[in-house]
Design a protein around this ligand. Structure first.
Ligand code: NDP
Length: 287
C-alpha cells in the first residue's frame, strides 16, 4: 500500500508530521509511548497501533521522531524481527556517528534507512518555511520522497547517512549563536528599563541586515585568506568587544554568553592577526 505510512513518536514534532501526512491523504498509523497523545490524530482519521511493532508492520514506510537516539533504540530494539523490508526514516535529532550506527543496525535487520534533520518548528511543518535534510541511499530517498515532501522542502545530502545530522547540527549552531546574542541584547536593554517587545523590531532588523554574513565569510574560510576584503579588522572588533563586558558590569548583567568568542578573538590578536577578519578565529577551532 503506497499510501500507508506509520509514525512512531507523537511529541510536538511527531504529531505535526502525522498531521501533515493525514492532510496529504496518506493512510497513517500512529504509535506513541504515552498512548493518549494519539487521540487527536485518531479523531482526524489516523489508525492507532497498540505497540511499536504493530506500527512498523502496518506500513512499509516508517517515520520515527522521538526525543533522542536512545529512545529510538529502546523502542525498536525489541522488534528487530519486524523490520525486514521496511524503510525507516529517522527524523530524531542526533549526531552523524549515531546516524551511521543506526544505518548499519537497520541494514543488519533488512531495513532500508534514511536519516533526517528537520529544519522547522512544529507549526511550520507542511508550510513553505519548512525544509528537511535527508541522507542515505539515493534509491531509498527517491522512493520515499513523494511522501516526505508533505513535511516541507526535502533536501537530499547524499548517501553518507551521517550528512543530514552533521548539517542539521551545523545549522542549529548558527541558530543558537543568534539566540545567545539576542538573549544578551534583551538582558541589556531590559536592564535600562526598556521592554523586549519595543526593542525586538530593531534587533530583528539588525539581524536581517547581517544575515548575509555567512556568504562573505565562506569565501575567506574556503580560501584560508582571512586578510581578503577586510572592512572590519579583528583588532578594531576586539577593542570594541571589550565594551560589552564593561557595559554589562555597568548594567548589572552577566556577559557570560559573549565571553567565549572574546577569548578566541584575544588569542587571534595575540597571534598577530589583528589586521585580518574575525573569520580567522575558525583556525583556533581546529583540534
Ligand atoms: P517532545 O518532547 O514533544 O516529544 C518527545 C517524544 O519522544 C514523545 O513522543 C515521547 O513519548 C518520546 N520519547 C521520549 N523518550 C522515550 C522513550 N524512552 N521511549 C519511547 N518514547 C520516548 O519532542 P519533539 O516532538 O518536539 O521532538 C522530537 C524530535 O524532533 C527530537 O529529536 C527533536 O530534537 C526533533 N526536532 C524538534 C523540533 C521542535 O521544534 N519541536 C525541531 C526540529 C527537530 P511520550 O509522549 O510517551 O513522552
Amino acid at each position: 500500500d503506497q499510501k500507508a505510512v506509520s509514525v512512531l513518536g507523537l511529541g510536538d514534532m511527531g504529531a505535526a508530521l502525522a498531521e501533515a501526512l493525514l492532510a496529504a491523504g496518506h493512510r497513517v498509523t500512529v504509535w506513541n509511548r504515552t498512548a493518549a497523545k494519539a487521540d487527536p490524530l485518531v479523531a482526524k482519521g489516523a489508525a492507532r497501533a497498540d505497540t511499536a511493532a504493530d506500527a512498523v508492520l502496518a506500513s512499509r514506510l516508517v517515520i520515527v521522531c522521538l526525543l533522542d537516539y536512545d529512545s529510538v533504540s529502546q523502542v525498536l530494539a525489541p522488534h528487530t524481527d519486524v523490520l525486514a523490508g521496511r524503510t525507516l526514516v529517522n527524523l530524531t535529532n542526533g549526531t552523524p556517528g549515531q546516524a551511521r550506527e543506526m544505518a548499519t543496525w537497520a541494514a543488519d535487520h533488512g531495513a532500508d534507512y534514511l536519516d533526517g534533520g528537520i529544519m522547522a518548528v512544529p507549526p511550520m511543518i507542511a508550510t513553505p518555511a519548512a525544509f528537511v535534510l535527508y541522507s542515505g541511499p539515493s534509491g531509498t530517498f527517491d522512493a520515499a520522497r513523494p511522501v516526505l515532501d508533505a513535511f516541507g522542502e526535502s533536501n537530499y545530502l547524499g548517501d553518507d547517512p551521517g550528512s543530514a545530522a552533521l548539517q542539521d547540527l551545523a545549522l542549529l549552531s548558527g541558530m543558537y549563536g543568534m539566540i545567545s546574542g539576542a538573549l544578551h541584547a534583551f538582558a541589556l536593554v531590559r536592564s535600562a528599563g526598556a521592554s523586549a517587545r519595543e526593542f525586538a523590531p530593531l534587533l530583528n532588523r539588525w539581524l536581517q541586515t547581517m544575515s548575509g554574513w555567512p556568504v562573505g565569510a565562506a569565501e575567506q574560510i574556503d580560501s584560508g585568506d582571512y586578510g581578503k576584503d577586510v572592512v572590519s579588522n579583528l583588532g578594531m572588533q576586539e577593542a570594541a568587544y571589550v565594551n560589552h563586558f564593561t557595559a554589562a558590569d555597568e548594567a548589572g548583567i552577566s556577559a557570560e554568553l559573549l565571553a567565549p568568542l572574546h577569548a578566541l578573538m584575544q588569542r587571534r590578536v595575540a597571534g598577530g592577526h589583528a589586521h585580518e577578519d574575525l573569520t580567522g578565529v575558525i583556525e583556533l577551532l581546529k583540534k
